[in-house]
Design a protein around this ligand. Structure first.
Ligand SMILES: Cc1cc2nc3c(=O)[nH]c(=O)nc-3n(C[C@H](O)[C@H](O)[C@H](O)COP(=O)(O)OP(=O)(O)OC[C@H]3O[C@@H](n4cnc5c(N)ncnc54)[C@H](O)[C@@H]3O)c2cc1C
Length: 435
């Protein structure tokens, strides 16, 4: 596995034994040779009720840590890092495989934590391409047990790998999923940093999720440290040209073919509670879909010792918290599959059928424009990086975003110019307020 031109890990397959290739095809989360999420759910959670959106569910909660310091140092409600620490402290596992930061290197990589202190060191969401290859090779056969954290396709891949390798299956005890809108190439962090005045080569580190007490939880900041600087530069994510997830900036092509939002093969999935009743609290809240008794017991024990607040949530509310995500992964997926088939391209078999008419004509135009923007961002940023000129990326991206806004306004039935003016007005107001 190595980082390709677009800042995404790619497998080099030349010279690989055909038997190994066949095995790889069985464990690739996007391959037709692999089980799909419904097959895995039936295999893993046969006793649980299932829902077409959130998958199998034993319990669904909204929750957060009670310690203000811990909460502010996490992405959402801080329950992911809490459960990882509790899995270690209670002896359910000996170690945790999760993504962390390395000192002096702005890239993120999978790391192995064996104490709650180490888990605490790698909190928050790391929106970057990574690979599990090294850590899985490192732990394989070491006689210890692990919990693993990942976005849905990583969790699915590892479940399938474990199916092929009984010794690894014994070791991987708990799968912790992070709900995912799409993965980001390594360019995302570099672009945000460049917009804060730090070009890629001078980037020391980035924190994608800095909470701001003056705003709602979804309107967070990011912090960038330039090599040699001691103080971070903090900027509002929404002020970056590619800060909105709706634009699909730096999204790898594979995400266009994903229909798993709630990490359906994980024992537990954690999300941001993007619901009005929770978003108004800047400190952040999790939505949690539990599928495993051990995880539920640990959460309830944490609630009893007042380490966390938990409240029941309905399946509908959990799904509602990811409404845009579902539009992209279900309705949008149907359109993309049909588009590619019409162009004679091979597409994987998904749980969503190809359908050019899944969305209205105007919404379909938005779906196609977002896909163009993902490709454009990857291509143009690669060129900008090579030339050391951010505008090579920023100017075509700004044009594409303007077009996206017009199409989106039309799809929503809002007069296009009113939408653009409202957007401009908002930016001017933000600038005037210095935010
Ligand atoms: C690429 C990506 C896209 C996401 N998209 C959405 C979305 O659309 N909607 C939504 O509700 N939530 C999304 N999330 C999840 C959300 O950002 C939070 O990570 C989640 O709510 C957990 O928050 P927390 O406060 O409980 O985590 P914390 O307590 O801060 O702990 C986070 C834990 O996750 C680990 N981690 C962070 N990034 C990664 C990674 N890339 N791979 C593996 N482990 C990692 C850390 O090492 C840490 O242990 C996304 C996350 C990622 C990484």
């Amino acid at each position: 596995m190595s980082i390709g031109r677009h800042g995404v890990y790619e497998a080099r397959l030349d010279g690989v034994d055909p038997a190994v290739l066949r095995a790889a095809s069985r464990v690739c989360p996007f391959s037709d040779d692999a089980l799909n999420e419904d097959d895995l759910t039936r295999q893993l959670f046969p006793q649980l009720p299932t829902d077409g959106r959130v998958g199998a569910h034993l319990d669904v909660f909204a929750g957060r840590r009670t310690s203000e310091r811990e909460l502010v140092g996490s992405s959402s409600g801080g329950l992911t890092s809490l459960i990882l620490a509790d899995l270690l402290d209670s002896g359910v596992v000996d170690g945790v495989l999760h993504v962390g930061r390395s000192t002096g290197d702005p890239r993120f990589s999978y790391t192995i934590s064996t104490s709650s202190g180490q888990v605490d060191h790698s909190r928050k969401s790391m929106y970057s391409a990574t690979t599990m290859a090294d850590v899985v090779a490192e732990i394989r056969g070491d006689g210890k047990t692990y919990a693993v954290v990942g976005v849905p396709c990583f969790i699915k891949a590892l479940r399938l790998v474990a199916d092929e390798m009984p010794e690894l299956d014994e070791q991987l005890q708990v799968y912790v999923g992070l709900v995912c809108g799409h993965l980001k190439s390594t360019f995302f962090g570099e672009s945000l940093a460049w917009q804060a005045g730090v070009p890629p080569r001078e980037l020391e580190s980035i924190d994608f999720r800095v909470k701001n007490p003056e705003r709602s939880s979804g309107d967070y900041d990011y912090a960038v440290v330039r090599r040699g600087d001691s103080e971070p530069r903090v900027r509002r994510t929404a002020s970056a040209i590619d800060g909105s997830w709706g634009y699909g900036a730096f999204q790898p092509e594979a995400c266009n073919f994903c229909d798993d939002i709630f990490a359906e093969s994980a024992d537990v999935a954690f999300a941001d509670a993007w619901l009005p009743q929770y978003q108004s609290d800047w400190r952040g809240t999790n939505v949690v879909v539990v599928r495993d008794d051990r995880v539920r017991d640990l959460l309830l024990a944490a609630q009893r010792r007042d380490a966390i607040h938990l409240e029941p949530l309905s399946v509908d509310e959990a799904a509602q918290s990811q409404a845009g995500n579902f539009r992209h992964r279900r309705m949008g997926l149907a359109v993309r599959l049909a588009d590619d088939r019409r162009h004679g391209l091979s597409v994987p078999t998904k749980r969503v059928a190809p359908d050019r008419r899944a969305a209205t004509r105007r919404r379909t135009a938005v779906i196609r424009q977002r896909r163009r923007m993902s490709r454009l961002s990857l291509e143009a940023f690669a060129a900008a990086r090579e030339a050391g000129d951010f505008e090579i990326y920023a100017s075509p991206m700004r044009r594409a975003i303007r077009r996206y806004w017009l199409l989106d306004a039309a799809a929503r039935g809002i007069a296009p110019f009113a939408r653009v003016l409202a957007h401009r007005g908002l930016r001017i107001a933000r600038r005037a307020l210095g935010r």
